[in-house]
Design a protein. Sequence first.
Length: 456
Amino acid sequence: MAATHRILIFSAPEAAMFIDQTVLMADGYDVVTFSEPHAVESWLKNFLVDDLLIMAHPSAGEALSYSAELLETYPYLPIILVSSECTILLLKQALEIGLFDYLTFPVDSSILLLSVKRGLARQKSWHEWNRFARVLADLKDGVILADLDGHLITINQSAGEIFTPEIDQPVGMMVSEVFNHPDLLDIFKPQNTFPRRTEITVEDGRVFNVQASLIPEIGIAVVIQEITHLKELDRIKTDFVNTVSHDIRSPLTAIYGFVGLIDRVGTINEQQAEFIRHIQSSVQHITSLINDLMELGRIEAGYDIQMQDVNLLEIISQSILSLDYQVSEKMQELTLSTHEEVPVILGNPLHLQRMITNLIDNAIKFSPPLGKINVRCRAEASQLILEVVDNGPGIPLADQPYIFDKFFRGSNLSENTQGTGLGLSIVKSIVEKHHGRIWLESSPLGTTFTVIIPVK
């Protein structure tokens, strides 16, 4: 027992004999006894969360009146009243005042000790909850918690100022009665796939990143973070990339075209032909990089993201067909494993095809000649699961957290390995625009990329 657990016994002289202090002291409590009210008030000026007051008085009425005065100043002080009087009316008054316990003379030592332990345990729980409540109230990020039936459990001040500035006491109301933003209401649908992330723009133009998690047996917890400044920076970056990319792509096209015409104006030797091939290869690489940058910028900005009913199996088949030459060139085996019926999803066909093509192209590129690649697609629990499995050398564990970062290249790749370093960044952006998730599992025996997208 920690020495900080202080117990004050305030007793009338004629009631002091009814409290056995030795039992409390033997259990490790720091016990102080007073018989004058001014001494109690002086002690309470240094009131700690681990303190407890035992009030012993033959007159329960007087003790209750004094307890009520103390609790007005120290509303969370646990008080145990010990008196020779006990009636239903007195017990009712004790509950209304907020006393923790009510014991009668003579006091059984074991019962007193149990009451003290329970009182201190409640005090500790209240202190932890109060600390959490203060943190929640002062957070600049918004926090909302609702049960699975749609009743609001809690909402902090930041979230209230964003979405419910006109409602003073929304707790207990249905979320549909409290909020009117359709994107926020959509977050609280229990049939959603969790965790879930989206961006919400409010009427004044501010943009918020909203992340929702399903808390078992409690409900849906939503965290709201303003990202207006980040979106503005991203817009500036996208505009810059698009402008520079456009200005660079035009002269690159001219360079590539004119270099291809050199051999038409005269004979060139083998060394000159090699130089021309290097120039053409470099121009193609830079052009691919610019194209990927521009596409990634459009995806992140939400351009060309019109959604429609999509049969993912058809898109997978088209992607496999478009990569048939690369597969044949490396004499690899590419198989498609799927269930007979795969539900329709809501998506953008062009973006989904780019996502699937990038994943399969990666598997082809990093699998050895005669390697095996398996594309699997199945429906499970209102979501579509796509897996691309290869038997390449795998991705080092240290590289895996960064594999979706822009321009990241694995540490086990040679300098001659082709690629812009943007393919998986594009894949991740497309997955997120479709409210999905992507992750990888890798070992020296191969890599599996898994994509989950909610069905329509």
